[in-house]
Design a protein around this ligand. Structure first.
Ligand SMILES: [Zn+2]
Ligand SMILES: [Zn+2]
Length: 153
């Protein structure tokens, strides 16, 4: 098998995602070895996920701010309320990750209690989870940008 990118060069490795042949130079670009096309697909996926995280935080922030303004709270409280609202979806996400699946078999009343409890917990857990999610998303975007520059060379 030849390298997909360099005809005449024997493949010494395969792309981790699609199995295309990679020559020494191409195999050394990324660890584990992956072709330019697949790294772009992965990169775009990471970028999409990171963008979604930031959009989610901004939407929740705006909803919190709007609710704060509607309650005619003082400006400082409105800002804190907005920031707090931005935390809740990430608290929710974190709880979803760690919630055992047996909760799926609850009766309807159980669901109401479950959601109320989860929401209350999300308000607390989110304060820690939100900065982690958002910082990771920003770091992912920065990495994706570097990859873009690297691939387009
Ligand atoms: Zn590939
Ligand atoms: Zn090659």
């Amino acid at each position: 098998m030849d390298c997909y990118n360099h005809a005449g060069y024997a493949a010494i490795a395969q792309c981790n995602d699609c199995g295309k042949g990679l020559c020494g130079t191409c195999a050394e670009k990324f660890h584990p070895p992956i072709c330019d096309m697949c790294i772009t697909v992965r990169n775009n996926y990471d970028k999409g996920q990171a963008t979604k995280t930031i959009v989610l935080a901004v939407i929740a922030l705006v909803i919190g701010l709007v609710i704060g303004v509607m309650m005619e709270a003082p400006l400082g409280s409105v800002i804190i309320f907005g920031l707090w609202a931005a935390c809740i979806p990430f608290g929710w996400k974190t709880l979803t990750k760690i919630t055992p699946r047996m909760f799926l078999f609850l009766p309807l009343v159980g669901w109401f209690i479950y959601f109320a409890l989860k929401f209350a917990l999300a308000c607390v857990v989110g304060i820690v989870a939100m900065p982690i999610f958002v910082i990771k998303a920003i770091a992912d975007l920065a990495t994706a940008k570097k990859f873009d520059d690297y691939i387009s060379q």
